[in-house]
Design a protein around this ligand. Structure first.
Ligand SMILES: C[S@@+](CC[C@H](N)C(=O)[O-])C[C@H]1O[C@@H](n2cnc3c(N)ncnc32)[C@H](O)[C@@H]1O
Length: 330
């Protein structure tokens, strides 16, 4: 150890001795380093901590629940089914055995991973499913089309951002008993499972979420209405599978109604006056693909005939929504 890092007055092993072994940095440099760290800390978004520990006890889902979860997700041959915290592997093995799916499970407990692999082999699906010893936070979810979870609510809530960021829109997530906080399920079913808790029998609640496409932001489009091209500039705020939106059409502004997402599918309504003064009802339906939406809109002028028009919206980096209309509210 270099001589200059030792403190001759401190007892070996004491806190002072340990502290004194830390290299001394010139005062000015230390202040600058602290300032840089503080600046970086204030710029960086808070990162979720990867907890390297077992967060949920091992309690297997009853077989009746494993089958009901696969049915609720509509599992089929083309699916890649994942179980986060896979226990003895019954969720993935059931999906492969009954529905021909492929998939994998991750569990932090190596003994359960071995058990799941051997059960899958004995069930004749060893070539289609794998089990990995891994923390759920480290699982690679890019290929998943169905994700199953039976974990304590705190862990589900902590997994929520990972699932929303890494899963493709349209991926189905099915849970047993627990939920994702304020992210409401798209479907839910409660039933009596006689095989729950080792045959004691209890209610089981299974829930389904469809990962929504991301539509938060500015969207523009044009439509031929009343014999001329009309421009729409909208601003959409999204909260999971529902949203709100406002839109500027000419010098009028309006609100979207009932904005909903189911995977990539988006729908909402709008009633707005379009110059020269006709109140027009719009029913939008489309598919979100990254920065574009393609679909149709049913346009019905008050007292007129409905027309179905193609609808193509593009996400933009800015909006004309806030430009002055030339009209003042009196
Ligand atoms: C309630 S059991 C569910 C087992 C299985 N999914 C089922 O439904 O039968 C929860 C499982 O999650 C595992 N687990 C707990 N914390 C974990 C973590 N941080 N990463 C991976 N697995 C975890 C446990 O070892 C346990 O097997």
């Amino acid at each position: 150890m270099p001589h200059q890092l030792c403190n001759d007055h401190a007892k070996p092993g004491s806190a002072t001795a340990v502290a004194d072994r830390i290299p001394r940095v010139p005062r000015g440099a230390a202040v600058l380093a602290t300032a840089v760290l503080l600046l970086l800390g204030s710029m960086a978004a808070p990162l979720p901590l990867h907890a390297q520990e077992r967060f949920s006890l091992y309690v297997p889902s009853p077989q009746s629940v494993a089958e009901a979860m696969a049915k609720m997700a509509g599992v089929g041959k083309s699916d890649v089914v994942v179980d986060l915290g896979s226990g003895d592997g019954r969720i993935v093995t059931t999906a492969a055995r009954l529905h021909g799916a492929r998939g994998f499970g991750v569990d932090i407990n190596p003994e359960l991973v071995d058990l799941a692999s051997s059960i899958a082999k004995k069930s004749g699906v060893g070539d289609r499913v794998t089990f990995i010893q891994q923390n759920v936070f480290d699982a690679d979810l890019r290929k998943a089309t169905v994700v199953n979870i039976y974990l304590f609510p705190e862990l589900m809530r902590m997994l929520r951002p990972k699932l929303l960021n890494e899963l493709q829109p349209g991926t189905r997530i099915v849970s047993h008993d627990f939920n994702f906080g304020t992210w409401e399920p798209d479907e839910q079913l409660t039933f009596f499972a006689p095989d729950k808790f080792g045959g004691a029998g209890a209610d089981a609640r299974i829930s389904l979420w469809i990962v929504p496409a991301k539509i938060h932001g500015y969207w523009n489009w044009s439509l031929p209405v009343g014999g001329r091209v009309v421009n729409y500039a909208s601003i959409v705020e999204q909260r999971f599978q529902v949203g709100e939106g406002i839109v500027r059409v000419g010098n009028r502004r309006g609100l979207f109604t009932d904005l909903k997402l189911r995977g990539e599918q988006v729908s909402f309504g709008l009633r707005i006056t379009i110059d020269p003064g006709v109140l027009v009802t719009h029913e939008f339906r489309g598919t979100v693909k990254g920065d574009s939406i393609e679909g149709t809109v049913r346009v019905t002028p008050d007292g007129g005939k409905a027309a179905d028009l193609p609808w193509r919206a593009a996400r933009t980096s800015g909006t004309t929504y806030f430009q002055p209309t030339g009209l003042a509210v009196k």
